[in-house]
Design a protein around this ligand. Structure first.
Ligand code: ATP
Ligand code: MG
Length: 369
């Protein structure tokens, strides 16, 4: 069921566009992430949904109710939208205990005292902070403060959660723990969530759907798997995935009865189904680092490359290999005895390749559907 609909949303700040004709539909109970680099318009979009920012044009519909329409002259103020908000700095009141920080909004809603107390206890239990109820924010770690902010948000039972980089102040370990907790919480509460981050791993791990933005433009909306395996353009392909996807410039060539994507000594077969879709000769082929296989011994048809660097990271090792002017990242599991300056052989799975138009950067063909 459609829950949040953003139609043709445009927002300009003193002549420069922050959001350009954004169209996005979010289903009930979905966890949707706005992902993109700094300045691409994520916060602006979230603030527009919250009602803290008025778009120049377009329409916002939430659960069938118009929250904003320039044309119809409708604007529902933020306090009437019943949304839960968490911003980058989670801003707990420093002079109030955890209990007070959470109960404040409930008191303003004029709920009875014993009801408030039971809600405070329930939400603190949910974020596993029951014993911290009488502490002040300064007596809590960053992660605990973050969880209090989450508890405060869910206490008011908003219809929608809006979160703007809520984990950005936490160290790497805590961030990973909090991801787990947010995901579990979303599963338990089933609240429709719009989450903003520039961290692609966070987006991949948390979301039902990811909306990738660049310079105010929505580039692609899809499940994490679609975004990862079938990026619609090179911007999305390069933004998602670490290490970065390999981009190889090349041309189509026919040899015997086969069609190939060729550059230097690299030659990748184009399978039948793809051939008819390839209208342009100048292409960029992409392959994820984990889709390249390495061998220390020569194998027929594999490509000989030189090892430029070896970066072990515990669970995986990233090799940087060179073939003439072409650099490729290769990801292998665990540690390796491959050394710098060694020659090794690689194999690129032709079915894992995606092909893009070199001029437009748009996807021409993907085997993943
Ligand atoms: N109040 C404002 N006045 C003028 N320009 C603004 C204002 N708010 C945002 N902008 C501009 O709009 C663009 C989008 O900003 P926005 O805050 O939405 O980016 P973002 O994707 O959230 O970035 P970040 O990841 O750095 O938080 C930026 O170019 C920014 O400078
Ligand atoms: Mg922002």
């Amino acid at each position: 069921m459609k829950w949040i609909e953003l139609k043709d949303i445009k927002k300009t700040y003193s002549g420069s566009p922050a959001v350009r004709e954004l169209n996005l539909t979010i289903e009930e109970k979905q966890f949707v992430t706005l992902l993109g680099p700094s300045g691409c318009g994520k916060t602006t979009t979230l603030r527009i949904i919250a009602g803290l920012e008025e778009p120049d044009s377009g329409e916002i519909i939430v659960n069938g109710k118009i929250f904003f329409s320039r044309e119809k002259g409708i604007y529902v103020p933020p306090e009437k939208r019943k949304l839960g908000l968490i911003f980058q700095s989670y801003a707990l009141w420093p002079h109030m205990t955890v209990r007070k920080n959470i109960s404040l909004a409930l008191e303003q809603m004029r709920l009875p005292k014993d009801k408030i107390e039971s809600i405070v206890k329930e939400v603190l239990n949910k974020v596993q902070l029951s014993e911290y109820i009488d502490r002040y924010p300064s007596e809590l770690s960053g992660g605990q403060q973050q969880r209090v902010a989450v508890a405060r948000m869910i206490a008011a039972k908003p219809s929608i959660f809006l979160m703007d980089e809520p984990l950005s102040n936490l160290d790497a370990m805590l961030r990973v723990d909090m991801r787990t907790e947010l995901k579990r919480l979303h599963h338990e509460l089933g609240s429709t969530t719009v989450y903003v981050t520039h961290d692609q791993v966070e987006a991949l791990t948390l979301s039902d759907k990811i909306a990738v933005m660049d310079k105010g433009i929505l580039k692609q909306v899809g499940t994490p798997e679609e975004i990862y395996k079938r990026p619609q353009d090179l911007f999305v392909a390069r933004f998602v995935g670490s290490p970065r996807i390999n981009c190889i410039e090349g041309n189509l060539a026919t040899e015997g009865s086969g069609r190939y994507f060729k550059t230097g000594k690299i030659k990748i077969q184009i399978k039948n189904e793809a051939q008819s879709k390839m209208s342009t000769d100048s292409l960029i082929g992409t392959i994820r680092p984990e889709d390249i296989v390495v061998s220390k011994v020569e194998k027929p048809g594999w490509i000989k490359v030189n090892v430029f660097s070896v970066l072990p990271a515990g669970s995986e090792t990233i090799l940087s290999v060179k073939q003439d002017t072409i650099n490729l990242s290769v990801k292998i599991n665990g540690f390796t005895d491959i050394r710098m300056n060694e020659s090794v052989w690689i194999n690129i799975d032709p079915l894992k390749m995606n092909y893009y138009n070199k001029e437009t950067g748009k996807l021409v063909f993907s085997y993943f559907s």
